[in-house]
Design a protein. Structure first.
Length: 235
C-alpha cells in the first residue's frame, strides 16, 4: 500500500519535472507556444463569426430586395386589377347597350310582323269590297273619278283608309287625309321597307358591338402587358 502511494507520488513528481523542462519552469499559460495557439484560436473564432455576420447580412439584403420586388408586383397587380375593373365596367355598359338594341330590334320585329298582317288584312278587305261591288253588278270605281275630299263619298266607296300614324290614335277624332287602297298599300310597304332597313342597321350595330368586345379586351390587355414589360426593360 505504502509502495503504491510512493510510486504515485514519484510519477506526479516526474510529470511535474517533465512539464517544467518543457516550459522552462514557467506556467503553461505564460509560454509562447500557448500564446501563439491561443491567438490562433481567437483568430479562427473571429473569422468564423465574421463570416457568419456577412452571411446574415447577405440574407438580410436578399430579404429586403425580395420584399421590394414583392411590393412592386403588388402595386402592379393593383394597377392591373383597377384596369380590369374599369374594362369590366365599360364592357358591362356595352352589354347594356347591346341588350337595349336587342330589345329595340325585337320591338321593330314585332311591329314588322304586325304591319305585314295589317297589309294582308287590308288587301283582303279591298279585294272583298271589289268582289262585293262586282257581284252587285256595279263597276269598280276608280279613285280619281271621285271627290277625294268628300268624306261621305270616301265612306260610300269603301276605298279610303287613314294614314298609318293615325292607326295609333285610337278613337280620337283628328282631321286627316284618307288614302285609297293602293296608296295605303304603298304607304305600308314603304314603312315595312324602312323598318327592315332600320332592323338591319340595328343588327349590324349589335354584331359590331359584340365583335368589338373581344377585340377591345385583347387590345387593352396587350397594351398593359407591353407597357409593363417596357418598364421592366428600362430598369
Amino acid at each position: 500500500m505504502l509502495e503504491r502511494e510512493e510510486k504515485m507520488r514519484l510519477e506526479e513528481k516526474i510529470k511535474l519535472m517533465h512539464s517544467q523542462m518543457l516550459t522552462g519552469g514557467k506556467k503553461i499559460e505564460e509560454t509562447p507556444q500557448f500564446r501563439v495557439a491561443l491567438e490562433k484560436k481567437h483568430k479562427q473564432i473571429r473569422e468564423y463569426y465574421d463570416e457568419k455576420l456577412k452571411e446574415i447580412e447577405r440574407e438580410r439584403n436578399q430579404i429586403e430586395e425580395e420584399k421590394t420586388q414583392v411590393d412592386k408586383y403588388k402595386q402592379l397587380l393593383i394597377k392591373q386589377r383597377d384596369i380590369m375593373i374599369a374594362l369590366t365596367n365599360r364592357l358591362n355598359e356595352r352589354d347594356e347597350t347591346i341588350i337595349q338594341l336587342q330589345e329595340e330590334l325585337d320591338a321593330y320585329d314585332k311591329i314588322h310582323r304586325e304591319t305585314e298582317m295589317n297589309i294582308e288584312n287590308k288587301t283582303e278587305r279591298v279585294h272583298n269590297l271589289e268582289e262585293y261591288i262586282r257581284e252587285n253588278g256595279l263597276e269598280v270605281p276608280q279613285g280619281p273619278e271621285y271627290d277625294t275630299e268628300d268624306p261621305e263619298s270616301q265612306n260610300m266607296l269603301g276605298r279610303r283608309y287613314p294614314p298609318y300614324q293615325s292607326d295609333q290614335i285610337g278613337d280620337e277624332d283628328m282631321p286627316m287625309k284618307l288614302m285609297n287602297a293602293d296608296e295605303k298599300i304603298e304607304e305600308l310597304m314603304q314603312i315595312v321597307e324602312e323598318q327592315k332597313m332600320h332592323m338591319e342597321t340595328l343588327e349590324q350595330e349589335r354584331t359590331e358591338l359584340i365583335d368589338s368586345k373581344a377585340d377591345f379586351m385583347s387590345e387593352k390587355i396587350n397594351e398593359i402587358v407591353n407597357r409593363e414589360v417596357n418598364k421592366e426593360l428600362e430598369r
